[in-house]
Design a protein around this ligand. Structure first.
Ligand code: NAG
Ligand code: NAG
Length: 252
């Protein structure tokens, strides 16, 4: 991985604008190079931080018909449930831009967590096999163009938590957890080998409750001790952090 690029911005509203500019540029670049742009969304405050993309000048500058949407992790609940990341993304972002319905890949409903993870992994493998997604020449895992990743106050990313074995998964693309420390307990999640096969990862972290984990991940003692899940984010491509002043308030 190249050195991460770290944008320390003043307020969350500046993060929203910087992120929209970065995403619009990548969208144009990837669509020009290969005719599509695969984007992985996560839940939490990230969806709200994408709001500028749905407004001028960004919204009309993007060829939304070429976007493909995937979910970094998902709660195993119906897609209409208020805990669903799909619903959050749909209400806050996807319903406001003209991405074709068939280009959006939510989890399948009415499956157990284990089945839902397996089904999502098989769907990704099918999309690699039919040329919709590329695979990493290094790892063989699918290579997404852009992953938008948030972080919890405890340093977790996706549904990969500190004291849970899923963060060490080496072979599966997608795995599941039934005792998430953050409710709801049943989720599926991309694994680190899949996450780190991405071309571009944006770590989008705002708010005061993230400050301690940001200090651990980016501060002078970042290499000490037992790493937080967020410290395992290390893509084959480029890593760019977008932080606001609250998230960096513990950094010197
Ligand atoms: C690949 O499979 C997906 C899902 O079945 C389908 O939507 C897409 O059109 C297929 N692409 C090609 C090139 O066959
Ligand atoms: C990383 O970013 C550089 C500079 O923008 C770009 O040339 C390169 O293609 C990117 N790497 C990947 C794997 O996308």
């Amino acid at each position: 991985m190249a050195q991460p690029v770290i944008h320390k911005l003043e307020a969350e509203s500046h993060v929203a604008i910087a992120l929209a500019t970065y995403i619009a540029d990548l969208s144009a670049k990837f669509i020009a190079a290969k005719g599509s742009f695969s984007v992985v969304l996560s839940g939490g405050t990230l969806i709200d931080t994408l709001r500028k993309l749905t407004e001028p000048p960004y919204v009309s500058s993007i060829d939304w018909s070429k976007w493909l949407i995937f979910f970094l992790d998902e709660r195993v609940v119906p897609l209409s449930h208020s805990d669903s990341n799909y619903k959050l993304a749909y209400d806050g972002f996807l319903s406001k831009v003209p991405i074709p319905e068939s280009n959006i890949y939510p989890i399948k409903e009415k499956l157990s967590p284990e089945e839902a993870a397996e089904e999502y992994e098989q769907r990704l493998k099918h999309l690699v096999a039919n040329g919709t997604l590329k695979a990493s020449p290094v790892t063989g895992f699918a290579t997404f163009d852009l992953m938008l990743v948030g972080m919890g106050p405890d340093g977790h990313v996706a549904s990969l938590f500190c004291w849970h074995f899923q963060r060490f998964e080496k072979n599966k693309w997608v795995t599941f957890i039934t005792d998430s420390p953050k409710p709801p307990p049943s989720r599926i999640t991309f694994t680190f080998p899949l996450i780190n096969s991405a071309s571009e990862i944006a770590m989008v972290v705002t708010g005061e409750d993230a400050a301690d984990a940001v200090k651990v991940a980016l501060g002078e003692h970042a290499s000490y001790g037992y790493p937080l899940p967020v410290q395992k984010v290390s893509p084959e491509g480029n890593l760019t952090w977008f932080l606001d002043n609250e998230a960096t308030s513990e950094l010197k």
